[in-house]
Write a protein that binds this ligand. Sequence first.
Ligand code: ADP
Length: 246
Amino acid sequence: MKKILEISNLKKNYHTNNEEVCALNDISFDIYEGEFVSIVGPSGCGKSTILSILNNIIDKSEGSISILNGYKLAYMLQDDCLLPFKTVMENCLIGLRVNNNLTEESKEYVIELLRKYGLYDFMNKYPSNLSGGMRQRCALIRTLALKPDILLLDEAMSSLDYQTRLNIGEDIFKIIKNEGKTAIMVTHDIGEAISMSDRVIVLTERPSTVRSIYNIKLKSKSSPINNRKDPLFAKYFDLIWRDLNG
Ligand code: ADP
């Protein structure tokens, strides 16, 4: 497999008025093309900080990040952040507009994605007309419109109730796989991480380091929900639970 991202000895200190907080102490891992990798860890250990550094929202303090030449990252936030006064189509075009990348071709690509993923008939509707699942798909299409190679998902489904979350996780996973993207997902939900991922990276408490990395070998490559029924699922759950609580 082709290595497309390498994070080495990443460190992040936050400076506030009267103190310095060391969020990341020493984080190293690699990402390979086509992988779905989840990062789990205790609340406040720096999971989101890693994604913000990768996405250039904040600076690292030390360490290095190398991304294979020409590979693009895109971020999908916790909330779907759809603008209520813009149509589905307009919402999906926002990233392209902001990046000065809106062309007939890129618009055609968005229409193709809307068609493929069941939102074509809703393109002139507003977000309030969409179900929770459709809103998440719309947010994902807005991100895919930028043609990223690596998607950064930050607790993308955390605001949803459990059942919706399972169904939407299934949806999002299938779209990401179908589009051949690499994904790095931050989540506090161990089950979500195991059922969707090829690898799970477990972080320690802050100041965090990598505690363990699990290669997840569950039967289904296409359905996170089915993976939850795999006997190995409980085994991985137990190991990661122990890492987080031990
Ligand atoms: P997680 O995503 O694992 O919950 P975060 O990456 O959001 O953790 O935060 C890691 C730590 O860094 C937390 O203790 C948080 O309080 C601190 N932190 C995050 N952002 C800032 C900031 N802008 N200024 C100071 N401290 C911050």
